[in-house]
Design a binder for this molecule. Structure first.
Ligand code: FES
Ligand code: FES
Length: 171
């Protein structure tokens, strides 16, 4: 066993884990963070994307012990004071999900993308989300949502985050 100390969605945890335990398994099975989902066994789909020290990673391709002394943010740590993150809200407003399975990973990847490029073109959004697969939407509304969020996240922009939505959860 190895020890992992990690802050997840603002809460500190210390656990003994098998050295081979994947971060996604640790999040889901030990911490109950089931908003982060598993969509493949080939590190291909991006459904498991979380932020590790502010950078998006596929949590199925990282060992839990590699997150030692790190900060992890999952889809469940984005809302503030009951209000959705602007990217969550934009996915809701632009109907950017159908079954919702890819949505947690899409949102985490989109936030990272917007951190690097606050005003991406359609091409840049598509390129930035290449590692995240969606079987339902055809991507059009996802791209719209990311660009909408970019506008709303500009300094001074008004963000209406009143509407509750269910995009934060998965199974
Ligand atoms: S579950 Fe991690 S990339 Fe598919
Ligand atoms: S909304 Fe179903 S996989 Fe993307």
């Amino acid at each position: 066993m190895a020890q992992v100390r990690v802050t997840v969605d603002g809460v500190e945890y210390a656990d003994d884990v098998e050295p081979r335990l994947l971060l996604v398994q640790y999040l889901r099975e030990r911490l109950g963070k089931t908003g982060t989902v598993i969509g493949c066994d080939t590190s291909n789909c991006g459904a498991c994307t979380v932020h590790l020290n502010g950078q998006s990673v596929k949590s199925c391709s990282v060992l839990a012990v590699q997150a030692n002394d790190s900060e992890v943010t999952t889809i469940e740590g984005l809302a503030r004071d009951g209000k959705l993150h602007p990217v969550q809200q934009a996915f809701n407003d632009n109907h950017a999900l159908q079954c919702g399975y890819c949505t947690p990973g899409m949102i985490m990847q989109s936030i990272d993308l917007l951190g690097d490029n606050p005003d991406p073109s359609e091409h840049e959004v598509r390129h930035g989300l290449e590692g995240n697969l969606c079987r339902c939407t055809g991507y059009q509304n996802i791209v719209k949502a990311v660009r909408d969020a970019a506008q709303k996240m500009k300094p001074g922009a008004h963000v209406d985050t009143e509407t509750p939505a269910s995009v934060t959860s998965g199974t």
